[in-house]
Design a binder for this molecule. Structure first.
Ligand SMILES: Cc1cc2nc3c(=O)[nH]c(=O)nc-3n(C[C@H](O)[C@H](O)[C@H](O)COP(=O)(O)O)c2cc1C
Length: 286
Protein backbone atom coordinates (compact mmCIF):
# COMPACT_ATOMS: atom_id res chain seq x y z
CA UNK A 1 0.00 0.00 0.00
CA UNK A 2 2.80 2.38 0.86
CA UNK A 3 4.46 1.70 -2.43
CA UNK A 4 1.32 2.69 -4.25
CA UNK A 5 1.36 6.17 -2.75
CA UNK A 6 5.04 6.89 -3.21
CA UNK A 7 4.45 9.41 -6.00
CA UNK A 8 1.58 11.17 -4.33
CA UNK A 9 3.07 11.74 -0.90
CA UNK A 10 5.90 14.11 -1.71
CA UNK A 11 7.25 16.04 1.29
CA UNK A 12 6.87 19.28 -0.65
CA UNK A 13 3.11 18.91 -0.73
CA UNK A 14 2.40 17.60 2.73
CA UNK A 15 5.32 19.31 4.47
CA UNK A 16 5.85 18.43 8.09
CA UNK A 17 2.90 16.07 8.22
CA UNK A 18 4.82 13.49 6.27
CA UNK A 19 8.30 14.12 7.61
CA UNK A 20 10.12 10.82 7.81
CA UNK A 21 7.58 8.93 5.76
CA UNK A 22 9.39 9.02 2.46
CA UNK A 23 11.30 5.88 3.40
CA UNK A 24 8.05 4.08 4.07
CA UNK A 25 6.80 5.23 0.74
CA UNK A 26 9.80 3.68 -0.94
CA UNK A 27 9.22 0.29 0.68
CA UNK A 28 10.84 0.49 4.13
CA UNK A 29 7.52 0.58 5.94
CA UNK A 30 8.56 -1.70 8.82
CA UNK A 31 11.70 0.23 9.82
CA UNK A 32 9.97 3.58 9.69
CA UNK A 33 6.97 2.34 11.67
CA UNK A 34 9.27 1.31 14.53
CA UNK A 35 11.24 4.56 14.49
CA UNK A 36 8.33 7.00 14.44
CA UNK A 37 4.57 7.15 14.99
CA UNK A 38 2.63 5.23 12.38
CA UNK A 39 1.48 7.62 9.68
CA UNK A 40 -0.79 6.22 7.03
CA UNK A 41 -2.02 8.10 4.01
CA UNK A 42 -5.50 8.25 5.48
CA UNK A 43 -4.33 9.66 8.81
CA UNK A 44 -2.33 12.27 6.88
CA UNK A 45 -5.46 13.42 5.16
CA UNK A 46 -7.30 13.49 8.48
CA UNK A 47 -4.53 15.52 10.12
CA UNK A 48 -3.95 18.05 7.38
CA UNK A 49 -7.03 20.27 8.00
CA UNK A 50 -6.27 20.45 11.75
CA UNK A 51 -2.68 21.45 11.04
CA UNK A 52 -3.83 24.05 8.54
CA UNK A 53 -6.25 25.50 11.09
CA UNK A 54 -3.52 25.72 13.73
CA UNK A 55 -1.23 27.49 11.24
CA UNK A 56 -4.01 29.92 10.31
CA UNK A 57 -4.80 30.67 13.93
CA UNK A 58 -1.12 31.26 14.70
CA UNK A 59 -0.98 33.81 11.86
CA UNK A 60 -4.15 35.64 12.94
CA UNK A 61 -5.35 34.61 16.43
CA UNK A 62 -8.16 37.18 16.27
CA UNK A 63 -9.75 35.28 13.42
CA UNK A 64 -10.19 31.63 14.42
CA UNK A 65 -11.23 29.24 11.73
CA UNK A 66 -15.00 29.11 11.38
CA UNK A 67 -16.27 26.04 9.59
CA UNK A 68 -18.81 26.84 6.94
CA UNK A 69 -17.15 29.96 5.54
CA UNK A 70 -16.57 29.56 1.85
CA UNK A 71 -13.91 31.29 -0.18
CA UNK A 72 -14.76 31.38 -3.84
CA UNK A 73 -12.15 33.86 -4.91
CA UNK A 74 -12.05 37.47 -5.98
CA UNK A 75 -15.72 38.09 -5.26
CA UNK A 76 -15.55 36.94 -1.66
CA UNK A 77 -13.52 38.19 1.24
CA UNK A 78 -12.28 34.98 2.86
CA UNK A 79 -13.87 34.80 6.27
CA UNK A 80 -15.93 37.92 5.61
CA UNK A 81 -19.28 38.69 4.09
CA UNK A 82 -19.94 38.28 0.39
CA UNK A 83 -19.19 41.56 -1.35
CA UNK A 84 -21.86 43.83 -2.79
CA UNK A 85 -23.50 42.81 -6.04
CA UNK A 86 -21.38 44.07 -8.92
CA UNK A 87 -24.26 45.66 -10.82
CA UNK A 88 -22.56 45.01 -14.15
CA UNK A 89 -22.82 42.54 -17.01
CA UNK A 90 -20.96 39.25 -16.58
CA UNK A 91 -17.61 39.08 -18.38
CA UNK A 92 -16.84 36.00 -20.39
CA UNK A 93 -13.40 35.22 -21.81
CA UNK A 94 -13.11 32.54 -24.48
CA UNK A 95 -9.51 31.38 -24.63
CA UNK A 96 -8.63 28.81 -27.26
CA UNK A 97 -6.16 27.31 -29.66
CA UNK A 98 -7.09 26.37 -33.20
CA UNK A 99 -4.81 25.19 -36.00
CA UNK A 100 -7.33 24.91 -38.81
CA UNK A 101 -10.32 26.96 -37.65
CA UNK A 102 -12.77 24.41 -36.19
CA UNK A 103 -12.26 25.32 -32.55
CA UNK A 104 -12.23 28.99 -33.52
CA UNK A 105 -15.71 28.58 -35.05
CA UNK A 106 -16.95 26.96 -31.83
CA UNK A 107 -15.30 29.74 -29.80
CA UNK A 108 -17.13 32.41 -31.78
CA UNK A 109 -20.46 30.60 -31.41
CA UNK A 110 -19.93 30.21 -27.67
CA UNK A 111 -19.17 33.92 -27.33
CA UNK A 112 -22.28 34.74 -29.34
CA UNK A 113 -24.37 32.68 -26.93
CA UNK A 114 -22.80 34.51 -23.99
CA UNK A 115 -23.56 37.90 -25.56
CA UNK A 116 -27.16 36.82 -26.18
CA UNK A 117 -27.37 36.35 -22.40
CA UNK A 118 -26.10 39.90 -21.84
CA UNK A 119 -22.40 39.20 -21.27
CA UNK A 120 -19.41 41.22 -22.35
CA UNK A 121 -17.01 38.91 -24.17
CA UNK A 122 -13.38 38.62 -25.16
CA UNK A 123 -12.51 35.93 -27.71
CA UNK A 124 -8.79 35.32 -27.64
CA UNK A 125 -6.56 32.70 -29.26
CA UNK A 126 -3.33 31.71 -27.57
CA UNK A 127 -0.03 32.09 -29.38
CA UNK A 128 1.03 29.61 -32.06
CA UNK A 129 4.18 27.83 -30.97
CA UNK A 130 4.69 25.15 -33.59
CA UNK A 131 7.78 25.30 -35.78
CA UNK A 132 7.20 26.87 -39.19
CA UNK A 133 8.11 23.58 -40.96
CA UNK A 134 5.24 21.77 -39.21
CA UNK A 135 2.80 24.51 -40.19
CA UNK A 136 4.04 24.63 -43.79
CA UNK A 137 3.54 20.86 -44.10
CA UNK A 138 -0.23 21.20 -43.58
CA UNK A 139 -2.09 23.29 -46.19
CA UNK A 140 -5.04 24.14 -43.93
CA UNK A 141 -2.86 24.95 -40.92
CA UNK A 142 -0.67 27.23 -43.04
CA UNK A 143 -3.74 28.98 -44.47
CA UNK A 144 -5.14 29.60 -40.96
CA UNK A 145 -1.85 30.95 -39.62
CA UNK A 146 -1.28 33.13 -42.70
CA UNK A 147 -4.83 34.54 -42.56
CA UNK A 148 -4.44 35.26 -38.83
CA UNK A 149 -7.97 36.52 -38.20
CA UNK A 150 -7.25 37.62 -34.60
CA UNK A 151 -5.12 40.60 -33.74
CA UNK A 152 -5.17 40.18 -29.95
CA UNK A 153 -3.80 37.15 -28.17
CA UNK A 154 -5.02 35.81 -24.83
CA UNK A 155 -3.31 37.38 -21.85
CA UNK A 156 -3.34 36.97 -18.09
CA UNK A 157 -5.30 40.22 -17.94
CA UNK A 158 -8.17 38.44 -19.74
CA UNK A 159 -8.30 35.88 -16.93
CA UNK A 160 -8.28 38.56 -14.23
CA UNK A 161 -10.98 40.48 -16.11
CA UNK A 162 -13.30 37.50 -16.59
CA UNK A 163 -16.06 36.14 -14.38
CA UNK A 164 -16.49 33.12 -16.67
CA UNK A 165 -13.92 31.37 -18.84
CA UNK A 166 -14.37 28.95 -21.73
CA UNK A 167 -11.31 26.95 -22.76
CA UNK A 168 -11.16 25.44 -26.24
CA UNK A 169 -8.65 23.21 -27.97
CA UNK A 170 -8.53 20.68 -30.79
CA UNK A 171 -8.03 17.15 -29.55
CA UNK A 172 -4.36 16.26 -29.84
CA UNK A 173 -3.68 12.61 -29.12
CA UNK A 174 -6.55 12.63 -26.66
CA UNK A 175 -5.34 15.77 -24.93
CA UNK A 176 -5.43 19.53 -25.36
CA UNK A 177 -2.92 21.23 -27.64
CA UNK A 178 0.38 22.25 -26.10
CA UNK A 179 -0.19 25.82 -27.28
CA UNK A 180 -3.15 26.16 -24.89
CA UNK A 181 -1.35 24.33 -22.11
CA UNK A 182 1.67 26.63 -22.48
CA UNK A 183 -0.58 29.62 -21.90
CA UNK A 184 -2.29 27.97 -18.94
CA UNK A 185 1.13 27.19 -17.48
CA UNK A 186 1.80 30.93 -17.19
CA UNK A 187 -1.03 31.37 -14.67
CA UNK A 188 0.90 30.28 -11.57
CA UNK A 189 1.12 33.84 -10.22
CA UNK A 190 -2.63 34.45 -10.50
CA UNK A 191 -3.31 31.00 -9.05
CA UNK A 192 -1.05 31.71 -6.07
CA UNK A 193 -2.97 34.90 -5.32
CA UNK A 194 -6.31 33.06 -5.52
CA UNK A 195 -7.35 35.24 -8.43
CA UNK A 196 -8.63 32.35 -10.52
CA UNK A 197 -10.71 30.73 -7.80
CA UNK A 198 -13.68 33.00 -8.42
CA UNK A 199 -14.11 31.94 -12.04
CA UNK A 200 -16.68 29.61 -13.47
CA UNK A 201 -15.04 27.62 -16.26
CA UNK A 202 -16.09 25.30 -19.04
CA UNK A 203 -14.37 23.59 -21.98
CA UNK A 204 -15.02 22.60 -25.60
CA UNK A 205 -13.18 20.80 -28.37
CA UNK A 206 -13.03 19.45 -31.92
CA UNK A 207 -11.56 16.10 -33.00
CA UNK A 208 -11.45 14.30 -36.31
CA UNK A 209 -13.23 11.16 -35.04
CA UNK A 210 -16.10 10.53 -32.65
CA UNK A 211 -14.05 8.19 -30.48
CA UNK A 212 -10.83 10.13 -30.88
CA UNK A 213 -10.80 11.62 -27.40
CA UNK A 214 -13.33 14.46 -27.29
CA UNK A 215 -14.30 13.90 -23.66
CA UNK A 216 -10.72 13.16 -22.61
CA UNK A 217 -9.64 16.51 -24.05
CA UNK A 218 -12.42 18.40 -22.28
CA UNK A 219 -11.60 16.68 -19.00
CA UNK A 220 -7.92 17.52 -19.42
CA UNK A 221 -8.75 21.21 -19.77
CA UNK A 222 -11.11 21.00 -16.80
CA UNK A 223 -8.25 19.59 -14.69
CA UNK A 224 -6.66 23.03 -14.79
CA UNK A 225 -9.92 24.59 -13.59
CA UNK A 226 -10.01 22.21 -10.61
CA UNK A 227 -6.52 23.27 -9.61
CA UNK A 228 -7.42 26.93 -9.82
CA UNK A 229 -10.42 26.28 -7.57
CA UNK A 230 -12.73 27.49 -10.33
CA UNK A 231 -16.27 26.17 -10.54
CA UNK A 232 -16.46 23.70 -13.42
CA UNK A 233 -19.55 24.01 -15.57
CA UNK A 234 -20.43 21.12 -17.87
CA UNK A 235 -22.73 21.66 -20.83
CA UNK A 236 -25.10 18.91 -19.72
CA UNK A 237 -28.30 18.19 -21.62
CA UNK A 238 -30.85 20.29 -19.78
CA UNK A 239 -30.16 23.74 -21.19
CA UNK A 240 -31.68 23.06 -24.62
CA UNK A 241 -33.81 20.14 -25.87
CA UNK A 242 -31.65 19.78 -29.00
CA UNK A 243 -28.69 18.72 -26.86
CA UNK A 244 -30.41 15.41 -26.15
CA UNK A 245 -29.73 14.37 -29.73
CA UNK A 246 -26.69 16.35 -30.83
CA UNK A 247 -24.95 17.41 -27.66
CA UNK A 248 -22.05 16.15 -25.61
CA UNK A 249 -22.73 16.79 -21.91
CA UNK A 250 -19.01 17.35 -21.27
CA UNK A 251 -18.91 20.41 -23.52
CA UNK A 252 -19.53 21.49 -27.10
CA UNK A 253 -17.72 19.14 -29.47
CA UNK A 254 -17.28 18.77 -33.19
CA UNK A 255 -16.19 15.72 -35.17
CA UNK A 256 -14.43 17.22 -38.18
CA UNK A 257 -13.66 13.95 -40.02
CA UNK A 258 -11.31 14.85 -42.85
CA UNK A 259 -11.73 18.61 -42.61
CA UNK A 260 -15.39 19.61 -42.28
CA UNK A 261 -16.22 22.87 -40.51
CA UNK A 262 -18.61 22.72 -37.50
CA UNK A 263 -22.23 22.18 -38.56
CA UNK A 264 -25.31 23.95 -37.19
CA UNK A 265 -25.85 21.41 -34.40
CA UNK A 266 -22.31 21.82 -33.10
CA UNK A 267 -22.51 25.61 -33.31
CA UNK A 268 -25.84 25.58 -31.49
CA UNK A 269 -24.35 23.45 -28.70
CA UNK A 270 -21.51 25.96 -28.37
CA UNK A 271 -23.96 28.86 -28.28
CA UNK A 272 -25.99 27.14 -25.56
CA UNK A 273 -22.79 26.55 -23.59
CA UNK A 274 -21.95 30.25 -23.86
CA UNK A 275 -25.40 31.30 -22.73
CA UNK A 276 -25.26 28.94 -19.79
CA UNK A 277 -21.76 30.15 -18.84
CA UNK A 278 -22.93 33.77 -18.89
CA UNK A 279 -25.98 32.93 -16.78
CA UNK A 280 -23.92 31.13 -14.14
CA UNK A 281 -21.32 33.93 -14.12
CA UNK A 282 -24.10 36.49 -13.69
CA UNK A 283 -25.33 34.62 -10.63
CA UNK A 284 -21.82 34.53 -9.18
CA UNK A 285 -21.36 38.29 -9.38
CA UNK A 286 -24.89 39.23 -8.33
C1 LIG B 1 -0.95 16.32 -33.92
C2 LIG B 1 -2.41 16.08 -34.04
C3 LIG B 1 -3.02 15.18 -33.19
C4 LIG B 1 -4.38 14.90 -33.30
N1 LIG B 1 -4.93 14.00 -32.44
C5 LIG B 1 -6.23 13.66 -32.61
C6 LIG B 1 -6.83 12.68 -31.76
O1 LIG B 1 -6.22 12.17 -30.81
N2 LIG B 1 -8.12 12.33 -32.00
C7 LIG B 1 -8.84 12.87 -33.03
O2 LIG B 1 -9.99 12.49 -33.23
N3 LIG B 1 -8.32 13.85 -33.81
C8 LIG B 1 -7.04 14.25 -33.62
N4 LIG B 1 -6.50 15.23 -34.41
C9 LIG B 1 -7.36 15.98 -35.34
C10 LIG B 1 -7.84 17.34 -34.80
O3 LIG B 1 -8.26 17.23 -33.44
C11 LIG B 1 -9.03 17.82 -35.62
O4 LIG B 1 -8.60 17.97 -36.97
C12 LIG B 1 -9.64 19.11 -35.11
O5 LIG B 1 -10.91 19.27 -35.74
C13 LIG B 1 -8.78 20.33 -35.46
O6 LIG B 1 -9.34 21.49 -34.88
P1 LIG B 1 -8.88 22.93 -35.34
O7 LIG B 1 -9.41 23.12 -36.76
O8 LIG B 1 -9.47 23.89 -34.41
O9 LIG B 1 -7.38 22.96 -35.32
C14 LIG B 1 -5.15 15.55 -34.30
C15 LIG B 1 -4.54 16.49 -35.14
C16 LIG B 1 -3.19 16.75 -35.01
C17 LIG B 1 -2.54 17.75 -35.95
Amino acid sequence: MFGAVSGAVSGAVFGGVLEGVSGAASGRAGAIARASPVVTPSSCYATAPRAARRRRERRDPARPHTPGRVMIGAHTDPGGPVTEPSGRAPRIAVVFYSATGNVAALAEALAEGAREAGAETRVRPVAERAPREAIEANRRWKAWVDDNPYDTLASLDDLEWADGLALGSPTRFGNSAEQLKAFLDTTGGLWAQGKLAGLVGTSFTSASTGHGGLEATILSMNNVLYHWGALVMPLGYAADPSLMSSGNPYGASWVSRKSAAPDDDALLAARVQGTRLAQVAAKLIS
